[in-house]
Design a protein around this ligand. Sequence first.
Ligand code: AMP
Ligand code: ZN
Length: 470
Amino acid sequence: MTLRLHDTLSGETRPLEPLTPGFVGIYSCGPTVYGPVHIGNFRSFLFADILVRYVRYRGLRVKWVMNVTDVDDKIIRGAAAAGVGIGELTERWTDRFLTDARILGMTDPDVVPKATEHIPQIVALIEELSRRGHAYRTDDGSIFYQISSWPGYGRLARLDPENMRVGERVESDEYGKDDVRDFALWKGPKRGEPSWSTEVGEGRPGWHIECSAMSMTHLGQTFDIHTGGVDLIFPHHEDEIAQSEAATGKEFVRTWLHCAFLQMAGRKMAKSAGNIARVDELLERGTPPRALRYALISVHYRMALAFSDESLAAAASAVERLDNVLAALDSYSEEREDDPSLDDVLANGRRSFEEALDDDLNVSGGLAAVFEVVRELNRRIGARSLSTADARRAADFLLDLDRVLGVMSAPTRKLESDVADLLEQRAAARAARDWAASDRLRGVLADHGIAVEDTRDGQRWRRVGEPSRA
Ligand code: AMP
Ligand code: ZN
């Protein structure tokens, strides 16, 4: 069995064959940090998270790079509107993004590069493109990519060459398919805009070149997988391919993955459409973080995901079913022979789970396999046909698959549920950097006879005596 992925460029679903055996380099276009990241954006990050987790589960090493776009047209407009510098604006929203990502159980990327910290690499790439005859300068100090110089232009987005407006230019970072023109690699200085003094002149980078430079800096000139939402296919990823391949003469990315939109009320969730939902708002309304994660990952990434109160409620009850079976297995105790058929149940469950995920990350199929096992386990728990050791094995099995899903919670063995709640609340407070609440909860836990310690791996607890209340 091998993981097969649907590559947008070739249109084929093909086995993942890493460039370096045993190692997979993955680049995900991260957020543009000019405001809150909404859960539509998080759909695109969490599908990449599932990919990373599954490739690791399969025993391969992964280097996951997710950039933060911290200078572009939108950021400059946003900072001007807020009356702050772009650094202040982007720092605030980057912190918030990382906090929300942790709350949603997203794996920390190995590198989170920022565009403004890669200006020399961006400039070097532009110089190389100029040297090779793919770029030209205009009077205002801008540099454009000449799309007619690159025969492969338009392959990813399947553009009709007839519609390319050769010799015309588009300045904006974002444009549609009816605007296929030469695009800006470097934007000459303008009053009120941040700019850098570099070998290609004064100015700032265009959005597309940032991702070419950051991905190749951290993953090499050719790497395995590049991800993003479908709205990035054109122009962003089309332009990334053109810039990178024209500069290096090598294939840029081996597999392109794009997720479909998260929709709310029948439309793409987007800040411009005004139909966004944010993580903090949903948590304030009492949504459990794991239920939100479940709602965002449980539909195949290439299918539209309709987000609603109903889908969230369904996700919450699925997560509760998982919590319940884990709690039941945890407290289960029966002195009897091991159940001879349990091994088959677990092995078949694992096989179905892996078959589904191998099939272009079919998470809903994977979840169906998990719930099939859960149903069997509940039946056996009810019938008391498992041994104590069987129950432990079954719990370990579920938690092992959860390395990929990240939606379960290991029961804090033998902890009273109110204490487990307090530990969860404190972990959430720390994730939200609410130090006052975290300290207060430490005190409450001490009253229950539980000492907590914060380690690099998170919160660790131990009993230090009897609870001070009965
Ligand atoms: P941005 O911050 O606009 O650059 O977007 C960050 C990521 O979120 C990109 O990969 C987008 O394709 C993705 N994205 C934006 N809106 C949605 C949505 N409604 N559903 C899924 N992905 C989205
Ligand atoms: Zn990008």
